[in-house]
Each structure stands twice: as structure tokens, then as C-alpha cells.
Design a protein around this ligand. Structure first.
Ligand code: HEM
Length: 141
């Protein structure tokens, strides 16, 4: 199946990995989510917490295709060869998914405070930083 998809794309002239482009969706939106959250907490613009929450929702929607494309690139371009960075990425991807589900289900963006829910936004940020770092290490060494 993976061979078929990449073969099809190559036959129309697209011979690039699929994952790097998609990574901007969860990475950027988690960064946007924490910036809006912090602005809502530390300034009078509390309504921006809603924007941060919406960023978390779209980050959650973008997570599965990004992780699947990462897995497919790993299978096709790295022959599915096991290495520590791949294991780290799989663990961090699962952690990020859980954090985003909890944020989307439990957060109340109408009352942003420095509490556990805001801490989850910070944890999601640390997780995407880890995913980006391990991805960069895979490519650039
Ligand atoms: C939502 C979760 C994930 C995020 C946000 C993420 C993020 C990233 C980023 C930022 C890069 C560097 C891209 C670049 O510099 O152009 C990268 C590369 C990479 N990631 Fe992920 N990653 C995720 C999940 C996964 C998973 C689950 C796997 C494999 C099981 C994986 C495998 C790879 C591979 C193989 C690369 C090297 C580039 C490529 O051939 O695609 N990633 N990732």
C-alpha cells in the first residue's frame, strides 16, 4: 500500500517525503495555542483563550494525518529501520495525541487561569519541540 502511494506520486512527478509539509499543522497550531493562552492569562484580552482552544482543536485534527505520513515516510524512505529517534517520535506522538484530546475535552476557554489545564498547553508545546528536534536529527543528523 505504502509502495503504491509513493509510486503513484512519483509517476506524476512528486518524489518528496509527505510528512515534513504536514508537520507544520500540529507544530504551528500548538505554538499558536500556547501564545493565545498565555496572552489571555497575562493580559486583559481573556477572549483570546478561545482562539488558543480552537488552535488546539485544529492541531488535534491535523495530528493523525501527520503521524501516519511520518510512519509512511519511515517505511518508504528509511526502510522501516528501527532507531532510537523513531521510538522517541512514536512515544511523543502518542503523548501529544493524549494531551490534545484532554485539552479539547476538558478545557474551559471562557475562564483561562494559571492552572493544570494551562499546564497541559505547555506540555503540548514541549512535546512538539521534542518531535521537531527528533525529526530534524533524523534528517540532518
Ligand atoms: C504529530 C506527530 C509528529 C510531528 C509533529 C512530527 C514532526 C516532525 C518534524 C518537524 C520533522 C522534521 C521535518 C523537516 O525538517 O523537514 C519530522 C521528521 C520526520 N518524522 Fe516526524 N513528527 C510526528 C510524528 C512522527 C511519527 C509517528 C513518525 C514515525 C513513526 C515520524 C517520522 C519522521 C521521519 C521519518 C522524519 C524524517 C523526514 C521524513 O522522511 O519524513 N514522525 N517530524
Amino acid at each position: 500500500m505504502v509502495e503504491f502511494i509513493y509510486g503513484l506520486l512519483e509517476s506524476v512527478g512528486f518524489a518528496h517525503p509527505l510528512h515534513p509539509g504536514l508537520t507544520h499543522v500540529p507544530m504551528g497550531l500548538v505554538m499558536g495555542a500556547i501564545i493565545f493562552r498565555a496572552t489571555a492569562i497575562f493580559t486583559p484580552m481573556t477572549h483570546l483563550a478561545r482562539s488558543g482552544y480552537h488552535c488546539a482543536v485544529v492541531a488535534l485534527l491535523g495530528h493523525p494525518p501527520t503521524a501516519i505520513a511520518g510512519w509512511m515516510d519511515w517505511q518508504y524512505r528509511y526502510d522501516g529501520e528501527w532507531e532510537f529517534l523513531i521510538g522517541l517520535k512514536i512515544v511523543l506522538a502518542v503523548v501529544l495525541l493524549v494531551l490534545l484530546v484532554v485539552i479539547v475535552m476538558m478545557d474551559d476557554p471562557e475562564k483561562p487561569k494559571l492552572d493544570l489545564k494551562s499546564f497541559l498547553y505547555l506540555l503540548a508545546l514541549l512535546t512538539v519541540v521534542g518531535l521537531g528536534f527528533s525529526g530534524g536529527e533524523l534528517i540532518y543528523g
